[in-house]
Write a protein that binds this ligand. Structure first.
Ligand SMILES: [Zn+2]
Length: 443
């Protein structure tokens, strides 16, 4: 009889294609057997009874800002990775900015990578930055394993991470195409957002609604169209992050149909929060692009259901509470939403339960698609020889999210106070339990 390291018994195994009742056997960090319809004829050092639970491929969060090294007072890999484990996330891609130094050359990448090796309890991967100063560093970064490159078309808000001018986008995309890598873009038009913001503030118009109106959907559309034209000219793979509206997604899908290699991400906050939440919660719910109105939220869910979205990621962008205060000027107060722990909760509660989104679709958008898109050939599936990265979820358990439940360095999130249906019970990374019974397991 075969002896495995771990057997997970009798769970409902969810993949992008199906849900089946079965057992999973794990050895040396890999899934070695998936038995459906009959019990495994094997033993293991450790057994988990998953009766009544659903087993999902661990989520791959392709968009977080963990701020380490150099700004761990904002978050850090220790707190960040623990919050992911609590949310069923087993792999993250850390953005190149908000850490100091930013990930714009090989030496800076090495600093971040060694910090992650030491502190993260889930699998880390890293984005490299594309800034006007570092086109000569892209090859080095690529050869040292970055997942792709990230650029800002509007100011990033971070002094050591400059946004790209059109010349940098064009040259950068040519270089990235030659490397066979991909460029992810924060697409908002500086011309539009700067002018509108100045005009609003000159007129003393500084409410939540005014802030949102200063970053209209057209500013996303304009920037997306422009960067798509560079993708067409250079053949560079393009990934648009945090699209806030289906109107933006439509522009991307038109390009896809013309054969442009472009994909799109949206985030849980655009699927669950509106301008009203921003007005009520202040900077806790402030982000860029900003939250929209309820009809945009509903349209975006239609896009999700129709397969118009490739990836859902958190864009977890934390900051200390002291930076998150707005008195009456919404142009002040740091933007960025803390949400990495709640991605699956939002998708289950707002998607699966409220809008009949199939579980398989949630797996596709949070695990299978990200793995395929970014070339993680052993992740995103529950199948033989894939990595044993799994989330065990009780779909029937409801809970109200409390501040104290959050593992972030700063326990604030716009989702605090929401009642979620579906709770992560156990998270497994490479065959090791990293979260169980409400607590992360220390390394
Ligand atoms: Zn971001």
């Amino acid at each position: 009889m075969t002896i495995y390291d771990l057997i997970i018994k009798n769970g409902a195994i969810v993949t992008a294609d199906s849900i089946v009742q079965g057992d999973i056997a794990i050895k040396d960090g890999k899934i070695k057997e998936v038995s459906v319809g009959k019990p495994l004829d094997a033993t293991a050092d450790q057994e988990i009874n998953a009766d009544g639970l659903h087993i999902l491929p661990g989520l791959i969060d392709t968009h977080v800002h963990f701020n380490e090294p150099g700004r761990t007072e904002w978050e850090g890999l220790e707190t960040g990775s623990r919050s992911l484990a609590a949310g069923g996330v087993t792999t993250f891609f850390d953005m190149p900015l908000n850490s100091t130094p930013p990930t714009i050359n090989k030496a800076n990448l090495a600093l971040k990578s060694s910090a992650a090796d030491e502190k993260s309890i889930v699998n880390p991967r890293f984005w490299g930055g594309l800034v006007p100063e570092n086109i000569g560093d892209l090859k080095d970064l690529h050869e040292n394993g970055v997942i792709g490159f990230k650029a800002f078309m509007s100011p990033s808000g971070i002094a050591d991470f400059n946004n790209v001018d059109d010349e940098t986008i064009y040259k950068g995309m040519k270089e990235i195409a030659s490397l066979g890598s991909l460029l992810a873009v924060h697409a908002e038009s500086t011309v539009i957002t700067d002018q509108l913001a100045q005009e609003k503030q000159r007129q003393g118009k500084t409410t939540a609604r005014d802030f949102v109106e200063s970053r209209p959907i057209i500013s996303e559309i304009e920037a997306v169209r422009r960067v798509i034209s560079y993708a067409e000219a250079t053949g560079c793979k393009l990934h648009i992050v945090h699209a806030s509206s289906r109107k933006v997604v439509r522009v991307i899908n038109d390009a896809k149909q013309r054969g442009v290699d472009v994909t799109v991400e949206t985030c849980p906050h655009y699927l669950s929060l509106t301008v009203k939440d921003l007005a009520e919660q202040g900077a806790i719910a402030k982000c860029a692009p900003p939250l929209r109105d309820q009809e945009e939220v509903e349209d975006l869910w239609t896009a999700v259901s129709n397969g118009e979205i490739n990836v859902i990621a958190s864009d977890h962008s934390p900051a200390p509470a002291s930076m998150k205060t707005i008195k009456d000027n919404y142009f002040e107060g740091w933007g960025g939403i803390s949400g990495a722990q709640s991605t699956l909760n939002i998708l289950l509660t707002e998607g699966h339960y409220k809008r009949n989104l199939p579980l398989e679709k949630i797996v596709e958008l949070t695990a299978t698609n990200p793995a395929k898109l970014f070339g993680l050939s052993t992740k995103g599936e529950i199948a033989v020889d894939y990595d044993a990265d799994l989330a065990l979820v009780d779909l029937n358990e409801s809970f109200k999210l409390k501040k104290e439940d959050l593992f972030y360095r700063h326990q604030h999130s716009p989702y605090v106070g929401m009642t979620f249906k579906g709770k992560v019970k156990t998270t497994i990374v490479g065959g090791q339990v990293v979260f169980d019974n409400g607590q992360p397991i220390e390394k």
